[in-house]
Design a binder for this molecule. Structure first.
Ligand code: SF4
Length: 891
């Protein structure tokens, strides 16, 4: 159902991270959309982070795919879907069902996932469907299943607020799950005795909240938690009754843990480790939160089990304020886990490897060709595309040419795949490989459900029509299912039909005993589905109101193993290896204001203002050794590939390691696609790539000149060794670096601004051949078309000032001088790089408030400048600046 009434407010859910915040979207009479947090949603109670707050900037028709394309030509849906069904049928007939595959996404809705799984696993007869969620949380799934017999997150967000100790492992909550971080920060403010320990090789923004930061060596988590288990056992800090009644394998796990050398492995001092162990042992209400720093590892599943072992040993699970807590990266990664989005699972938390489970699903679906064995996991799936085993592939709402490890090999594999379908909302690095390109409905245009990290299912609702012929993913797949000959099984009249069937499937054959049961939703009317409130599962048929239902799992045991007991898993640490050719460990991850491959967040000028370039954060000591200065360009090289990014020299980075963000693509950077550098190494149990530990080397990139430009139009065909584009309010920001000097600087400027050969423009320039500094600005009808600044070293101009000049209507003589200088002038201080995206408050403005005005708290700065007073995502950075200034003053 679409909601296009004037000034209508629709409750929906944020499409970004796994916190799963509720959003209210209001469509004004003129079609403009405004966004605010939903005060009644139990995940966020009205809060939104910078990404959620900027959602209104990212919707619209700019760049949208609006009609199907077949072999590069516009086509009707009929022709496109006939072609898809025909090619899949042909591949299956000639090469068998395992010659086809779907690669889907934590961005799609549960109903999309359900139809995709049903088609592939029940009707095509293969389990070759995997999801990009494999890249973010498969190790948590595997760890949960090993310990609990099922993939259950036992606790709720409230537990973080009710705990006396929150341990954050491999989780930059402040940037990656900002609203959950804000909830934790508010709890700590109200109860300062709430102790927060961050375990992370990097000193991230999250550390600003921490009482203790344990900067362990990368990959040494298992040794640290094995050491903790040993400590708990040796000091008798155990819940013996819980261990005896509800678990098996304790002795073997402890025997293995006794071999751990946490000091040697982590590089921490004994005293720091003992303090942490003592704190954990002596605090009953402990929550251990973990995410990609744990999961994205060659030993990710073992790391998860090392954490779970400690909670099982102390019986601290499933009670208020205690438990292990895996936070998911994507808006519907959890929904994908529930609905069987992974190649080794079936819908409703059933197991593909279990014949009874397969039989139940086969019966429920009346499936003619039930898959008999697990399919290919993401990395292996693309290896199978590469070696020719996969003949037809359908990629939905994901961009594997940017996001999978060894991404250049993924591109090469797609280039030779006989048939590739891509459904997406905009063109991406991946869509260029599509034989059939299908326009999908985007957030705000589609209906369905998502599940957040605390098992809460929320409705995503449409509040605007999809442009052109764009259609929801479930609709596309159901239609192909019917065209493949399965008319009855895919005859859904609407998305509510899909949800009802899924809910009924979750309750089918109750004797199979499973944690995931939303049978109460099987009989919802269309109207009830439309108004469905966010709820936590389980919600079995006949259960009462939410407040009366089960909220947590496992306080009294009741695990989903054959004997109802949890399993301790004996895990052995493994050290990471580097070589003399690649002596550093490269860690990859997210930045605060961008999301995945920027197809949505990159449309917002506000979000692009925080960090506008890909970078390599490198320890001061390593940078000095390698002759790298702040803001230099650097080459990061691994056995797989090479990237050129900006150097961010910092004391927050551990010596011997570097950090590079994942978001930049071939569409907005020359060489910033860092997953092309990541080795396709996976955890042997979960199949999750080890994206946080690729051996690399870093060297200064010897640019002959560096440049910065602003342009009113998006530049096309930039030719420089290094270029990066980012959206600004009235145009684009461009960073440049090149080994060859152009013959003609004005000509280069014209090429960037698209003004070659135009005589209706005015060009003003400043050249200093001696110093190698060049500035060119092009003005038309009193407005700036573009400005280019070049120098033999990283260009020192005010980016914010130059970008703002694109909004200006007139340029008098003084304005022109300031424009060429790239500075706003003495009377107008340069705000510097943006820290607070909501109110566009820059680093220089905040530093002046700290050092000149003496403001010493985040709240005082908020009161003076408004920074940090809306979404709050920048508060940890402001706190860091205050702490830094204090240290500098003390020194
Ligand atoms: Fe969206 Fe931010 Fe909430 Fe995550 S924390 S769901 S990105 S508003």
């Amino acid at each position: 159902m679409l909601h296009t009434e004037p000034t209508s407010s629709i409750r929906t859910a944020c499409p970004y991270c796994g916190v799963g915040c509720g959003v209210i979207a209001t469509v004004e009479r003129d079609g403009a959309v405004s966004i605010k947090g939903d005060p009644d949603h139990p995940a966020n109670f009205g809060r939104l982070c910078s990404k959620g707050s900027a959602l209104a900037d990212t919707i619209g028709t700019e760049g949208r795919l609006t009609r199907p394309v077949v072999d590069g030509q516009p086509a009707t849906w009929d022709a496109a879907l006939d072609r898809v069904a025909g090619e899949f049928r042909r591949a299956i007939a000639e090469h068998g069902p395992d010659s086809v595959a779907f690669y889907v996404s934590g961005q799609i809705l549960t109903e999309d996932y359900y139809v995709a799984n049903k088609l592939m696993k029940g009707f095509i007869g293969s389990a070759n469907i995997d999801t990009n969620s494999r890249l973010c949380m498969a190790s948590s799934v595997a760890g949960h299943r090993r310990a609990f017999g099922t993939d259950t997150v036992p606790g709720t967000y409230e537990d973080l607020e009710q705990a006396d100790l929150v341990v954050l492992v491999g989780s930059n909550l402040a940037w990656c799950h900002p609203v959950l971080y804000q909830r934790l920060a508010a709890a700590k403010k109200a109860r300062p005795e709430l102790n927060v320990v961050v375990i992370d090789p990097r000193r991230t923004a999250t550390c600003e909240l921490a009482d203790t930061h344990l900067a362990i060596r990368p990959g040494s988590d298992v040794a640290l938690f094995n050491g903790l288990l040993d400590w708990l056992a040796s000091g008798n800090h155990l819940d013996r009754a819980y261990i005896d009644a509800h678990t098996i394998g304790f002795e073997a796990a402890v025997a293995e843990a006794r071999l751990a050398d946490p000091v040697g492995a982590t590089g921490l001092e004994r005293a720091a480790i003992d303090r942490f162990y003592g704190l954990f042992a002596g605090t009953e209400r402990v929550v251990t939160v973990y995410s990609q720093g744990v999961n994205q590892s060659e030993q990710g599943t073992d790391k998860v089990n090392a954490i779970l072992n400690c909670h099982l040993a102390t019986g601290r699970i499933g009670r208020p304020g205690m438990g292990p807590f895996s936070v998911t990266g994507q808006p519907n990664a959890m929904g994908g886990r529930e609905v069987g989005g992974l190649a080794n699972q079936l819908a409703g938390h059933l197991d593909l490897a279990d014949p009874e489970h397969r039989a139940a699903v086969k019966t429920f679906w009346r499936a003619p060709a039930m898959a008999e064995q697990p399919g290919l996991k993401a990395v292996d799936l693309f290896k199978a595309v590469d070696d020719g085993r996969i003949k037809a592939l359908w990629i939905m709402s994901t961009n594997p040419v940017v996001s999978l490890p060894d991404a250049d090999r993924v591109a090469a594999a797609l280039a030779k795949c006989p048939f590739v379908v891509v459904s997406d909302v905009v063109e991406t690095d991946t869509t260029r490989f599509a034989h059939v390109l299908l326009p999908a409905s985007a957030w705000g245009e589609k209906d369905g459900t998502v599940t957040n990290s605390e098992r809460r299912i929320s409705r995503q609702r449409a509040f605007m029509p999809a442009p052109g012929a764009a259609r929801p993913d479930w609709w596309q797949m159901a239609d192909v299912g019917r065209r493949m000959g399965f008319a009855e099984a895919f005859a859904y009249g609407g998305v509510a039909d899909v949800f009802r069937e899924y809910a009924a499937q979750s309750a089918f054959r109750p004797e199979l005993r499973r944690d995931f049961d939303i049978g109460a939703c099987a009989g919802l009317s269309d109207g009830e589905y439309e108004t469905l409130e966010p709820f936590q599962w389980p919600w079995p048929a006949g259960a009462g109101a939410e407040r009366e239902r089960q909220k947590r799992f496992f306080a009294e045991g009741g695990f989903y193993t054959a004997d109802r007991r949890a399993r301790f898993v004996a895990v052995r640490p493994r050290a990471l290896a580097t070589t003399s050719a690649f002596p550093l460990i490269m860690n990859t991850g997210r930045v605060r204001d961008q999301w995945h491959t920027m197809t949505r967040s990159g449309l917002s000028a506000k979000l692009s203002a925080h960090l506008a370039e890909p970078y390599c954060e490198i320890a001061t000591i390593d940078a000095a050794r390698l002759g790298i200065r702040p803001a230099d360009l650097v080459e990061v090289t691994t056995a797989q590939g090479r990237a050129i990014v900006r150097a961010l020299v910092s004391d927050r980075q551990q010596a011997g390691t570097v950090f590079v963000p994942i978001h930049w693509t071939g569409r907005n950077s020359s060489a910033g696609r860092v997953d092309a550098l990541v080795a396709a190494v996976t955890d042997p149990i979960s199949g999750q790539p080890a994206s946080k530990a690729t051996a690399c080397r870093v060297a200064r990139f010897q640019a002959r000149w560096y440049g910065f430009a602003v342009s009113a139009v998006e530049p096309e065909n930039l030719s420089a060794d290094y270029w990066v584009t980012a959206k600004s309010k009235a145009g684009w920001r461009i960073e440049l670096g090149c080994t060859n000097e152009p013959e003609d600087w004005a000509g280069l400027a014209d090429a960037i601004f698209g003004t070659q050969g135009r005589d209706d423009v005015e060009r003003i320039a400043y050249h200093d051949a001696g110093s190698g500094r060049h500035r060119v600005a092009v003005i038309r009808d009193g407005r700036l078309v573009g400005a280019l600044y070049a120098a033999p070293e990283p260009v020192e101009v005010s980016r914010a000032f130059a970008a703002k000049a694109l909004e200006q209507d007139e340029f008098d003589a003084g304005d022109r001088m300031r424009l060429l200088a790239g500075r706003p002038g003495q009377d107008r201080p340069d705000p510097g790089a943006i820290v607070c995206a909501c109110f566009e408050v820059g680093v220089n403005t905040i530093m002046a408030a700290i050092t000149q005005d003496g403001l010493a708290t985040v709240d005082a700065i908020g009161a003076a400048l408004r920074a940090g007073t809306n979404c709050g995502s920048c508060r940890s950075e402001i706190q860091r600046m205050i702490s830094h200034a204090r240290v500098a003053q003390a020194g």
